[in-house]
Ligand binder design. Structure first.
Ligand SMILES: Nc1nc2c(c(=O)[nH]1)N[C@H]1C(S)=C(S)[C@@H](COP(=O)(O)O)O[C@H]1N2
Ligand SMILES: [Mo]
Length: 257
């Protein structure tokens, strides 16, 4: 992402201001210990910024575990939705695109009973979910669109997740672009693998042919060009162990809105 360093700076500034503005650091330490006790510590909790991350994640999880993101009516769909700048697409992506994405696969493995690889047609054959929600970028802009896809919970049912599963890690065909979510978000009814948008195929500019859409977290958790999911009980083995590429660049792992 080209503007990563500037976004990183503004995020840091935001958190530092937040720390100064809210309760003393010792009160936050107590809250962090409570979060630890209830297993509500996010993977990017280390260091000074981590106290804030733990507070955000723990309080959201305790209060809003089952809450729904706001849905809109057709008349509220933004016209025309605009695409965030995307990195130049890889040769492999272009090859798949030239073939109409017939060879696009989503592989699913990890703590599952039946690891599998799905074509787009297979995913489209499952019961679909449609929703009109807002996508919000951490930089402040947003838009409302109608998305269609298959609930992630359905795909997880097909592969059968093991009871000790705690997170779903998801990867883009774009190098170094990956995120993860906890099971509360993975199984949430508004979390789905989208292949359609505003009555059409999902445009490449918005992450087509396949994108993870979760309406309760910021735009950057909505990874485009999805090729792989893995189910795990521990995020330590992925990247720098912070849960996704975002905290490695200064963004929160948990980006609840
Ligand atoms: N693979 C990939 N997914 C991505 C990004 C990206 O650069 N690459 N940008 C993220 C960010 S920061 C935002 S705000 C949204 C933007 O989505 P949009 O293009 O549909 O507006 O996509 C997210 N998903
Ligand atoms: Mo963003």
């Amino acid at each position: 992402m080209s503007d990563l360093s500037s976004r990183k700076m503004s995020r840091r500034k935001l958190i530092t201001t937040g720390l100064a503005a809210t309760a003393g650091v010792s009160a936050m330490g107590v809250a962090a210990r409570i979060a630890q006790k209830y297993g509500l510590v996010p993977p990017d909790h280390g260091g000074i910024y981590g106290i804030g991350e733990t507070l955000t994640y723990a309080s959201q999880r305790l209060l809003t575990r089952h809450s729904l993101a706001r849905e809109f009516s057709r008349s509220q769909i933004s016209k025309p939705p605009f695409a965030n700048e995307i990195e130049p697409l890889t040769e492999e992506f272009k090859r798949l695109q030239a073939g109409g994405f017939a060879d696009w696969r989503l592989s699913v493995n990890g703590m599952v009973i039946r690891p599998a690889s799905f074509s787009l047609d297979q995913l489209k054959s499952y019961p679909s979910h449609t929703q009109i929600t807002m996508l919000q970028c951490e930089e402040g802009w947003s838009y409302i669109a109608e998305w269609v896809g298959v609930p992630l919970s359905h795909v997880l049912d097909v592969v059968g997740i093991l009871p000790q599963a705690r997170y779903v890690v998801y990867f883009s065909i774009e190098p170094d672009t990956w995120e993860s979510i906890d099971m509360a978000d993975a199984l949430h009814p508004q979390t789905f693998l989208t292949y359609g948008m505003n009555g059409d195929e999902l445009p490449v500019g918005h992450g087509g042919p396949l994108r993870l859409r979760l309406s309760r977290q910021l735009g950057y958790k909505n990874v485009k060009f999805l090729t792989h999911l893995t189910v795990t009980d521990n995020l330590k083995g992925f990247g720098k162990g912070l849960g996704s590429a975002s905290p490695e660049a200064g963004y929160a792992w948990y980006a609840g809105i």
